[in-house]
Design a protein around this ligand. Sequence first.
Ligand SMILES: [Zn+2]
Length: 249
Amino acid sequence: MAWKYGKKWVYSITYDEGCEDLLRYALPVHRRYGIPGHVALVASQVGVRRNVPGSSYDGMKILSKQQIHDLVSEGWGVSCHSLTHCGVTFENGLEEVVRARHVLENALEMEVRLFCVPGDNTGYPAARAFAEQAGYKGILTIYDRVNLPSGDLFNLGRVPLHSEYPPPFYSAYDPYKRIHQAIDLGGWIIDYCHCPMPDKPVHPAKDCTTQELEQRFEKVCQIGGSDVWLAEPNEVADWVLSNPSLVFS
Ligand SMILES: [Zn+2]
């Protein structure tokens, strides 16, 4: 199995919420390593201060439409992270999944083709039930695994790239996380975090630092060499959908 350009495995990274500080603390690292990024945006919160009380990121400035267009022009991608981030249910799916796509597309004046489940994976079954009706091409979750070429675009796993994992493990940061598994399986890693900061993460179990992000990219590039395809998720999904030899359902 070879991916686009004959690459043997794929590396992507996504940032939920799309904080403006990404421009300062993540974008320069992306440019140094030639890795495109991706932001999962709450449809009702483009270019404003995040209004999700209780969130570690509440009050942080979210990227504006122009800033998002600038990122897209250098290879970044976007997905819809629901309408309000309240958590998707079978009751609110029409609003949070279906209408959210239109609201975000209108706010950005661009097509949005992936949905990213907000909160934890408990909203996934409901998100899935509404995703096709909304016209999405795939769903990003936080099931922590490598995606396989034979996998399902509507159930994409993401690997948390966090400074420390929650109790009882408190696992230390590992910049090699799942890289060798992805190589063995010919798989696709989609990392996720929110907004890396210098020296100290916003929340240790939701984010990494800028330095840890750089370590991750260094390992991906050093170990992946010319075998790894560095791509944002929409690009990979497009390639999967246009490649009939793949068996994504
Ligand atoms: Zn979120």
